[in-house]
Design a binder for this molecule. Sequence first.
Ligand code: FAD
Length: 396
Amino acid sequence: MSAAESVAVVGTPDYRTRHRTWLAANLPPHWRADAVDYRPPSLDEAKAWEAELHRQGLWGIAWPREYGGHGLSLREHLIANQEIGRLPMPESQNSIGKELAGPIILAIATEEQKRRYLPAILEMREIWCQGFSEPEAGSDLAGLRTRATRDGAAWRVNGQKVWTSGAHRAQRCLLLARTGSMEARHGGLSLFALRMDQPGVTVRPLRQITGEAEYCEVFFDDALVEPEDALGEPEAGWQAAVRVLEVERGTNRMYRAWRFEQELRHLVTACRNEPALARLLEDGHYRQRIAQVQVDVEVLKRMVEQVVDDLVGGQPIGGRGSLSKQHWSEAHQRFAALALEMVEQASYPPSPEVAAAQRRFRKLYLQARAETIYAGTTQIQLGIIADRILKLPRGA
Ligand SMILES: Cc1cc2nc3c(=O)[nH]c(=O)nc-3n(C[C@H](O)[C@H](O)[C@H](O)COP(=O)(O)OP(=O)(O)OC[C@H]3O[C@@H](n4cnc5c(N)ncnc54)[C@H](O)[C@@H]3O)c2cc1C
């Protein structure tokens, strides 16, 4: 379908049906995480697929047309994400570009920067990573030490980031760096769009318990930031970073609740078709725990829909992103443990379908360990809820 035809797809009354039909017809079956012959896409395949998703109106939905978006609202974004979540599709290789960098660029960047960065993100020409956390600054982000110093009109960056997801494939880093004194803490930070393909940047992927190496250490040694790649006002980086984190907790990967439900359906289907597992579905203990997962999913869906309603109505996300982040990460971790516990009770050798479920849920269990850490830990979310939502007094 041409780009011109794809414009007709978005905004029509049968918007949901069109996306559902297109995805069902075009998602390669072996890319489905529940497929017996599952094979994830290569980076080049993923780039081509995601660029096509954008042409089909499934990415950049609420971004203005002049920056490559489809000029619709967060409501259509939600519908598209519900359809994406219904299928066990590959995760985006550029979710940081599309879901974290994009919104903050739209909010604080210059017109020239928006025209330069945003279409490149949607067309998958530039993948972004998020350079916030450091070895000594995670929860306490305001303590970060990576420093950007003036070099004429440009900046030179020195320091180290860690847990930088996808840095090994990124062309840009949304970098939070210190431009003022350590004593200034929040006040001395600035935000940059640093080019990753330059001599002063070294990326070292870290091997994870899943066997993958997705999260990286990034070292800056006099790395250059051109003047046109400084984002927002100097020393106003903290306010921008807080907005990025609110988006990360509130609207990022909006499909999560529907993907979570798809995972639950996969578990139940895999169990139904295997006698040893089917018995678990009749067991009161497992029935209760499975039903609780469905409750968790429904609560999460309502939370996401409420955030969208509020944003469309002009209310900022604020601390409420912490509610859904906290709920999702804890509930999803419980689900992953339950799913693994169940599928591991299959008789041996497992059928191809049960083997596919075992492969998926073993990986999910390991991946989910990090969900209560990234985008801010459980304790940090609870602190935000206590402070900003409940306005509880602080102890001495
Ligand atoms: C898989 C993964 C991917 C990530 N991707 C990125 C990325 O792309 N970009 C990026 O910048 N960062 C990324 N991170 C980093 C992530 O944001 C940090 O790990 C997180 O903020 C916690 O920081 P920390 O690891 O330094 O732990 P710490 O801040 O040292 O926390 C250690 C423990 O102390 C607790 N704690 C700390 N402060 C408080 C407090 N005030 N009150 C109560 N308890 C507290 C924490 O809850 C935690 O249990 C990623 C992390 C993971 C695990």
